[in-house]
Design a binder for this molecule. Structure first.
Ligand SMILES: *Cc1c(COP(=O)(O)O)cnc(C)c1O
Length: 398
């Protein structure tokens, strides 16, 4: 029996590897440097170029680039008309922003449970939580696997709800052959450095609906417009503009947009490599009874942002915390995605209690996010598999 490093064995590697890392090449550096020599650092031509490219990649009609994925969710909720007294249904197995965006608008996040094997929000649970106050759903493509678009669309149409897809993980994924980003009423992306493509920070909202598009533009920039059809009064000069709603400064810089344009050129390459790594992990971990792999719905052709190792507690003598620490001792530095949102003290103060979504809560106790990013070498991948295998077998329950 191979001894894990945590019990005095030699670590499988002597340098640390992390769960995620950006990949920046010379073309990215060039693209950013070029913008710095131009007149426009923000609100310049790179923004439109990026928006056109996002439309091209996803097939959506409109794209609105903004400062980050959280801002994207906020303006998507505002464009959907989410306001005081409304309810917004979302999953607890996500980053806090997926629910915070409802709070920003004065609405109440309502948490619907996940499916046991895919870990994505369960459309049946969504349907069960609809009331006359429900205004929108924010569905998260957890790890990059598409949510069940058809089922969710049907629910939203039937109940006249806005379908917002938090696609922070999903760029590169297709649902029934259609890129995610062109399916829900609005899809938001995040370009944080741990995500599949990065702008340092950055976000976008994609939509096929002109009404949403116009509102998104307004909310992104203070609620200010120069568009003639929207003006309420007569212009008194060429400088004239009006503020007609309360918006924010959620604009993206041209520096970020240039980096993103260059990164998006590499999306097919990023996507292919991520798929390879996931296939290798799945193959290795399916052989281990001590762990479980995330189930994929056949409709989703997934570019994974995260790889989730789920422990089988009845097959192991140690818990998640010890497994996580044992991986750390092998120099495999993991993470956990996510603490259920309503566990946070802030949400507790709002009246949320444990027990709302039992499946998500159980999953949270059993998961570890393994390293997954483009620049991983074959050796890195094999090291992760070696480490997981040696720990799983050492602590196997007879
Ligand atoms: C990263 C992330 C966000 C927030 O994006 P930022 O760009 O960091 O603001 C929102 N939702 C999910 C699911 C995320 O993973």
């Amino acid at each position: 029996m191979e001894k894990p490093a945590v019990c005095g064995g030699t670590p499988v590697r002597d340098t640390k590897i992390y769960y995620g890392h950006q990949y920046i090449d010379e073309a990215d550096v060039q693209a950013v440097t070029e913008v710095l020599r131009h007149h426009d650092l923000t609100c310049g031509p790179k923004i439109g170029e990026l928006e056109r490219k996002l439309c091209e990649i996803t097939g959506a009609k409109y794209a609105v680039a903004c400062s980050n994925g959280t801002a994207a969710l906020h303006i998507a909720c505002l464009a959907a008309g989410v306001g005081k007294g409304d309810e917004v249904i979302t999953t607890p197995l996500t980053f806090a922003a997926s629910a915070n965006c409802a709070l920003y608008c004065g609405a109440k996040p309502v948490f619907a449970d996940i499916k046991e094997e895919t870990y994505n929000i369960d459309p049946k649970e969504v349907a069960a939580h609809i009331t006359e106050r429900t205004r929108a759903i924010v569905a998260v493509d957890y790890t990059g696997q598409s949510v069940e678009e058809e089922e969710l669309l049907e629910i939203c149409r039937k109940h006249h709800l806005a379908f917002i897809e938090d696609g922070a993980h999903v760029i590169g994924t297709k649902y029934k052959g259609k890129p995610n980003g062109s399916i829900a009423d609005m899809t938001t992306f995040s370009f944080h450095p741990v995500k599949t493509v990065t702008g340092g920070e950055g976000g976008a909202v994609l939509t096929n609906h002109e009404e949403y598009y116009k509102k998104l533009l307004l909310y992104r920039s203070h609620g200010i417009t120069r568009e003639e059809s929207l003006l309420e009064r007569e212009p008194d000069g060429p400088w004239y503009y009006e503020q007609i709603a309360l918006g924010y400064n959620y604009r993206m810089t041209d520096i970020q947009a240039a980096l993103l344009l260059s990164q998006l050129d590499k999306l097919p390459m990023f996507s292919a490599r991520r798929k390879e790594i996931v296939a290798r992990y799945d193959e290795a971990f399916r052989k281990l009874p001590q762990v479980r792999v995330q189930k994929e719905i056949p409709e989703s052709d997934t570019t994974r942002h995260l790889y989730i190792l789920r422990l089988a507690p009845d097959k192991l003598t140690i818990g998640r915390r010890q497994f996580f620490d044992a991986l750390g001792a092998e120099n495999i530095c993991c993470n956990v995605h996510y603490i259920p949102t309503y566990y946070f003290p802030y949400y507790e103060r709002l009246g949320y209690r444990k027990g709302i979504c039992p499946k998500a809560e159980k999953l949270y106790e059993e998961i570890i996010s393994l390293p997954l990013y483009y620049a991983m070498t074959e050796q890195d991948v094999e090291d992760v598999i070696h480490a997981v295998t040696r720990i799983a077998l050492y602590y196997a329950k007879e």
